[in-house]
Design a protein around this ligand. Sequence first.
Ligand SMILES: *[C@@H]1O[C@H](CO)[C@@H](O)[C@H](O)[C@H]1NC(C)=O
Ligand SMILES: *[C@@H]1O[C@H](CO)[C@@H](O)[C@H](O)[C@H]1NC(C)=O
Ligand SMILES: *[C@@H]1O[C@H](CO)[C@@H](O)[C@H](O)[C@H]1NC(C)=O
Length: 339
Amino acid sequence: MALSLVGKSSLCLVLMLASWALHAASRTLPEASIQQKYEQWMAEHGRVYADGEEKQQRLEIFADNLQFIEDFNRAGNRTFKLGLNAFSDQTVEEFLELSTGLVLPSTLHPRTTPFMYANITHIPDSMDWVAKGAVNAIKDQGGCGSCWAFSSVAAIESITQIKTGKLLELSEQQLVDCTVENSGCDGGWMNTAFNYVIKNGGITSEANYPYNASDGTCHAHAASMTVAKIVGYEDVPANNEGELLKAVAMQPVSVALDGGEREFQLYSSGVFNGNCGKAMSHAVVIVGYGTAEDGTKYWKIRNSWGHTWGEAGYMKIQRDYGQPEGLCGLAMHASYPVV
Ligand SMILES: *[C@@H]1O[C@H](CO)[C@@H](O)[C@H](O)[C@H]1NC(C)=O
Ligand SMILES: *[C@@H]1O[C@H](CO)[C@@H](O)[C@H](O)[C@H]1NC(C)=O
Ligand SMILES: *[C@@H]1O[C@H](CO)[C@@H](O)[C@H](O)[C@H]1NC(C)=O
């Protein structure tokens, strides 16, 4: 992870240097305590830098993030908390470039498929597909904009488990390498990946085509050894969390959202209702929903940023936020595979 940062980030260093000076002025944490937390954080995350200069530059970003976290949590008036995680030495701009990767096609065709869950009547008060054993352990996309592949694979894994009882681990790398209409680590879109899986006659296993967080050429033989199939996919009617609820009651759903804000990057626990807009930058899977003790309704989302982000890789994000598109735009582009 540290290595992948170095190459891509060098472009931004000049810009960042200018803003560090500004931020340093508004810091209230004692330098010694920052230094100590930095060393501890480096050890915890196994972070090693190329040289002393990079270590110092990363310290500045870390300190800035740490101050942001402390100020946010100290205010104590929010339903969620921020915390240090594997991304605490990155600016939000770097983070957005390295860890997201949703790219919508330039023309989105209007939905033509029916919504198969339109008339379901049994919608439980809460749902947790993780507790039901339909979701694999949290994964980490690394420094590759392949969120779309992780979102697609997770949705296929879950519906396969729901229909067959078998929880398989499927290949994100196959989608990264072989979905030519997407752009591998430079981004992609879940429906395009679902289309590839349909045309390919299925998708192979993680073990057969392992993830390595970089672009590669499609290994046709491995790609042909399919272990799971889908026959189609459907879009959830857009901008309607009520319809989304019906779908999530039946299976985990792939969604696009705006994951490019600092509060999202540093989210640690609780029901997120922080800053974000509708810039579709990231993709995740909604794996459940519920209501918090204080009555706030939430969606449970599974991310692909490892275990250190959020609640062991998951986020609770406010549901029925009061805008049709949902918080961070999560109800704008939701879809699910059909088996
Ligand atoms: C929380 O408190 C801070 C600082 O007192 C204030 O600026 C902010 O508006 C408050 N936020 C909410 C959601 O109440
Ligand atoms: C849902 O019900 C409506 C009205 O009865 C019907 O037109 C539609 O085909 C049904 N949709 C599905 C997916 O069953
Ligand atoms: C990653 O895996 C793909 C597919 O197996 C391969 O083409 C590519 O060369 C690998 N890249 C690295 C850096 O190992």
